[in-house]
Each structure stands twice: as C-alpha cells, then as structure tokens.
Design a protein around this ligand. Structure first.
Ligand SMILES: [Zn+2]
Length: 363
C-alpha cells in the first residue's frame, strides 16, 4: 500500500512537470505577443456548463447544426480524464473545412489543474480559428466561478466577449441530495444566466416546477429557466453579455490538497479535504493519532460504502492497517506504524453520509 500522501506527491510532481513543460512552450511561442499583433477582439464566447452526463456535448452538437456556413466557430473542450475523448467526438463529425475548430484540454479542471494548458490551447485556438464564435465546455467537475474568473482575466478582456452563461441541469437531480449537496452542482446554477432543464422528455410533471423553484433560491435573480430535449437549444437565447460579474482571477495557485496535507489537524481531531482532481471527485480525511478506530466497525464501513476506490490507513485497537478498496474488493494489510489515520474516497458522486459513517467507527 502506497501512503496517500506519496500518491499525492507523485501526482503533484507530474502536474509540476507538465506545467513546467507548458510554461516553456508558452515562452517559446510567445503567443501573447502574437495575439496582440493579430488583434482578435470581442469574440462572442459561450460557456456551456453542467454536471457530468447532463448533455453538454449534445447541446454543443445541436448548436453546431445551426452554425451559418460562412462562420468560423471554435470549440474548447475541457476534460477531467488524462486522455481526452470529447475532442475526437467533435472532430469525428466536423472539420476545419466546415469552419469548426476544436481544441481539447484534458487532465483536469481548466481553471487549476489544467490552467496553463488551457491558456495555451485557447490562445492557439483563437489564433488559428480567428473565430466568429467560441464555445467552451468545461468539465462537469470543474470550478465554475473560477473558470469565469479565469476567462475574465485581463489577458482575455479584449479578445473575448463573455455571453450568457448556460448551465444544463437534469431537473430530476434537483430531487437528489447527491447533487444538491454538491458544491459544484450548486455553483453551476449560481453562475448561470440561463438554466436549461435538459432531458425534459424524461421528466415527471413536478420536475419542471422543482427546477424553477431551485433556481429561484440558488441562481442569479434574473436567471432564465428553459427546457430542452437532447440539448436542443437555440443560439438566439444565448446571445447578449453575461450579467454575472466576478473579480478577475489572479494567476492560479497550487491545488488545495497540498495545503490540506500539510496543515496541522485542528483541535476537533480531524480535517477534511474535497478534491476535484483526477478523473473523479474525491473526499479525504486525516485524523490525529489520538483517534482510534474500531476494527470491526471499519469492516462494516467498507462493506457499506458506495465508492469506486478507497485508500486508507487506520489506527485501530488491533493495530495499524492499510486498506485498498477497488471494484475487485477490499485488501487489508497490517502496518507497523502510521503517524495518523487517513482515508481518501474516490467516487463519481460524493455521498454526504460518509462522514457520519466514518465518525461512527471511532472508538
Ligand atoms: Zn479548477
């Protein structure tokens, strides 16, 4: 069992290496100077956000079917996985000859994990496409507010004209705390000028009203709610500047988990960190050595928990154990020592009852 902090350190190393390479590239090509000389200005830019699986890609495909043939459109697709898929999906259907220019930014959220690659990809895309319109699809697990801030930065102020921000929501999820307790889900609604209740053909009668009511509470005061089937939205409803005003971003900082891993655990005896890095959400806790876990209860915890992957080291009354939970089951290994108990749960959806279940395992 590799300690969680080693894994974090390794992934940070690889992120650092990628960033260093990209910075070198950025300097080499001197994209910023080129951009100044080509004077790309006020490109209408649409940010199309929404949770995993809500239909962002379909919505962009629908918009593309209405692209005037004489216009050049650029599409920037951001993906959480290291190997991007959506870019190939679009390029499989549209070519640059048809005036559709695609760039893919895999490897995590475009505001942080993939921040520098995003800048490079966007600059290159603008230079190459000289687009009449830019569509940006952030990953469903990106940081919506930070992404808007990044695109409002001084560097893009002249080049991009941020249009109404669109958030696609499956209204059936508004009835599901796995979504409504998720900060990113709520942030996506909070930043929207237009909320699109997608997959309306699959709704029950009350789903529409529930979404409208949810947006009244969590959305911007003037946010519109419209409904669509299979992402079929009209470009005309997206036109016009966004009414959202966020302070422009400062250059991105190291990821949050670095700090959490280094922090002193507060007096309550534990510290929690949510991480939207890698290809899934993850949630983790560190516990001081004074907290002893009940060995039998931990076994119960692992058999009940709903997650794709769990890595943990626990101090129990029977000694120290590491746990590795995968689709193939749970592996337990006795350890000689650990400084503190740690657990990281990787899941498509964070279960908000996990913390209580975990705390119930403490002796
Ligand atoms: Zn981010």
């Amino acid at each position: 069992m590799i300690p969680a902090r080693v894994i974090v350190a390794e992934s940070l190393k690889s992120v650092a290496a990628k960033v260093a390479t990209q910075i070198a590239l950025l300097k080499k090509h001197n994209e910023r100077d080129k951009m100044k000389s080509t004077k790309i200005t006020a490109v209408p830019t649409h940010i199309i956000t929404g949770f995993l699986g809500v239909g962002k890609t379909s919505a962009i495909l629908q918009l593309l079917t209405n692209k005037p043939s004489n216009e050049r459109w650029a599409i920037l697709v951001n993906e959480f996985g290291e190997i991007g898929v959506d870019g190939s999906f679009f390029s499989g259907q549209y070519t640059e000859k048809q005036g559709v220019f695609i760039r893919e930014v895999p490897g995590g959220c475009m505001c942080c994990a993939a921040g520098v690659p995003m800048q490079i990809a966007l600059n290159q895309l603008l230079l190459q496409a000289k687009p009449d319109r830019l569509l940006i699809e952030p990953t469903g697990l990106g940081h919506p507010k930070e992404i808007i801030k990044a695109l409002s930065a001084k560097h893009y102020k002249e080049a991009l004209s941020l249009q109404k921000t669109v958030t696609l929501v499956d209204a059936r999820n508004v009835n599901n705390t796995r979504y409504t307790s998720h900060d990113i889900f709520n942030q996506q609604i909070a930043i929207a000028d237009i909320v699109i209740g997608n997959k309306v053909d699959l709704y029950q009668d009350e789903d529409k009203t529930r979404l409208i009511d949810y947006v009244k509470v969590h959305g911007q005061a003037n946010a519109d709610v419209v409904f669509a089937q299979q992402g079929n939205i009209k470009l005309s409803i997206l036109a016009g500047p966004t009414t959202l005003s966020l302070p422009a971003a400062s250059p991105h900082r190291p990821t949050k988990e670095v700090m959490t891993a280094d922090l002193t655990i507060p007096e309550c005896g534990f510290i929690k960190a949510i991480n939207t890095g890698a290809s899934f959400n993850s949630v983790g806790w560190r516990f001081t050595e004074e907290k002893t876990f009940n060995y039998a209860k931990l076994k119960g915890f692992f058999s009940d928990v709903n997650a794709e992957r769990i890595k943990a080291v626990f101090i129990t009354e029977l000694g120290v154990f590491s746990y590795n939970f995968t689709a193939d089951g749970l592996t337990e290994t006795a350890l000689n020592f650990t400084k503190e108990s740690r657990i990281e749960i990787i899941s498509k959806q964070l279960d908000d009852t996990v913390e209580a279940q975990l705390m119930a395992c403490i002796n």
